[in-house]
Design a protein around this ligand. Sequence first.
Ligand code: AP5
Length: 217
Amino acid sequence: MIIILSGAPGAGKGTQGSYLQERLGYIKLSTGDVLRQHVKQESPIGLEAKSYMDRGELVPDEILVGLIEESTKSIGLGETIILDGFPRTVHQAKSLESLRHPVGAFLNLEVQESELVKRLSARRVCAQCGASYHLVEAPPQKDGCCDRCGGSLFQRDDDKAESIQVRLKVFQEKTSPVVDFYKDRRLHYGIKGSGEPEEVYKRLLRTLNDLQLEVNR
Ligand code: AP5
């Protein structure tokens, strides 16, 4: 079964998706992470995706639909897949309907725009292990250096002020209709995404429990 973790840029999809993966054994598929890996490897997909990503725009649907089909095809039907960052357009949402894995829930993390901007502009990421820091709320012990592995920290190109504004606008225009798509199918659940990450996780778990999707761990 697929559980979609949705929300605006900076809503906490990656953070909560990792918790669900580590604590419940779900399989997390993050399209942002997969694309960044392609960019790093300078693959044909990466070369095409990079300019869209740096500007904060969406990478074309054909690329994303292909990536998801490829990534899910070897996953057993008994597994729970967390989709982080997909679908972001109605076209992408429709493409999921032809997969073998059914969509069980669309969980939408809701956070105010001013908070999103604060989170994204202060984010720094480890170039080596991918750990994420917040310069004010969760700074590294040593400036510019990852606590976990000692790697150097950098700011994502799309976390610069101009790109953040584009990403928020693109989210409103292209991804908001996806919310209605899942409301129509009665799969949409809004979850307050502000507060400590652990509080948000508890809210997610409560929703999954209510849906009887959570395994008692
Ligand atoms: P992607 O990587 O998916 O970026 P995004 O959606 O903009 O999401 P972010 O990773 O910025 O935020 P998040 O919601 O995961 O939050 P996080 O947990 O990291 O996509 C990047 C690009 O790839 C897109 O712009 C697009 O170009 C392309 N792309 C990807 N998927 C695509 C698709 N399906 N179609 C087309 N193009 C696609 O948290 C953010 C920060 O906040 C962190 O510093 C974190 O520590 C902090 N934080 C998290 N939770 C809390 C909390 N509760 N309180 C305080 N701080 C918190």
